[in-house]
Design a protein around this ligand. Structure first.
Ligand SMILES: Nc1ncnc2c1ncn2[C@@H]1O[C@H](COP(=O)(O)OP(=O)(O)OP(=O)(O)O)[C@@H](O)[C@H]1O
Ligand SMILES: [Mg+2]
Length: 290
């Protein structure tokens, strides 16, 4: 497949900050209309990757194509197709939410309606409040609103929901699902693995500047790590069994015990699988002499 068929194409991407290698050759593609999550511990290289793709940072090596363009040489027309929510922008202006969004909307050829976007991020009550007087989570919602106001073809979200209360997070998920339905391609980073599981089609896990796994979000990690656990209580003790056929195990239990006490089937969450992946990567790193 050529890079022209994909929204984002990254091959052997490297980034050095002085002597420090922040990215050691990362390769992945994002299809048009796909929501792709970049997961990984603090310092893994997620923001570095996103900022290279946004054209904010130059790469040290490798290839990158974003909507068919090398992000190091993207012009205004290219930039107008992108929506960007940086990890730390902290809008702190003296203008109101509505004024700021209106200003931004005017920069784009086909922006979304300002009031619709204000409603989508739940800031109706604060539309006429100066941004500097908003709470941290409310300011973050302004960042998200600014990212989507230009009706981007490709949206970059670097930890968009940090500081959101649970209700705001759910509302954000709805907003993203709506954008997805409109065909928006989304590259998302988040430390909330439930969020990644809810929103993304595929995910990549990076650690130490390397891509350690990539795939559909429900099939990440080694197959063994995704085997469900059947848990029940018997003779006052908690018992559990890992099995690829939980239905059969439950049937056997029912035949033997009648209704098993406190019966549950637990499927490892994306967070469990992620922790497994990153844990084994870190263990391997310790064994490699520096
Ligand atoms: N301007 C810079 N100069 C030197 N080192 C940097 C610079 N920016 C980032 N780094 C280093 O590069 C590595 C990757 O940073 P990056 O911000 O990409 O991580 P991240 O995966 O986004 O982490 P987080 O989850 O904490 O946001 C880190 O070790 C960081 O210290
Ligand atoms: Mg980051």
């Amino acid at each position: 497949m050529t890079s022209r068929d994909t929204a984002v194409s990254v091959t052997g991407l490297t980034k050095r900050y002085g002597d420090f290698e922040a990215l050691k050759g990362v390769t992945f593609d994002i299809e048009h209309g796909e929501t792709f999550a970049l997961l990984g511990p603090n310092g893994a290289g997620k923001s570095t990757t996103i900022e290279i793709l946004e054209g904010y940072r130059d790469r040290s090596g490798g290839e990158a194509r974003v909507l068919g363009v090398d992000p190091q040489h993207g012009g205004l027309e290219w930039k107008a197709k992108l929506g960007i929510v940086l990890q730390s922008s902290g809008e702190s202006g003296n203008v109101t939410v509505r004024e700021q969004l209106t200003q931004f909307a005017n920069l784009y050829p086909n922006p979304r309606a300002v009031d619709e976007v204000i409603a989508a991020v739940g800031l109706e009550q604060k539309a006429n409040t100066r941004i500097k007087n908003l709470s941290g989570g409310q300011r973050r919602r302004v960042d998200v609103a600014l990212g989507v106001i230009g009706r981007p073809e490709l949206l970059f979200l670097d930890e968009p929901t940090t500081g959101f209360d649970p209700e705001a997070r759910r509302a954000f998920w709805e907003l993203i699902r709506g954008l997805k339905r409109d065909g928006t391609t989304i590259l998302l980073t988040t430390h909330y693995l439930d969020e990644a599981a809810q929103l993304s089609d595929r995910a990549a896990v990076v650690a130490g500047g390397e891509l350690i796994d990539i795939g559909p979000v429900h099939s990440l990690g080694p197959e063994e790590a995704r085997i469900p656990i059947v848990r029940w209580t018997e003779n006052g003790g908690v018992r559990e069994q890992r099995t690829p056929d939980p239905g059969r195990t439950v049937a056997e239990l029912v035949a033997r015990l009648g209704e098993p006490e406190a019966l549950e089937i637990v499927r490892p969450s994306l967070e469990d699988i992620y922790l497994d992946l990153v844990g084994s990567y870190e263990k391997d790193q310790e064994q490699v002499p520096a």
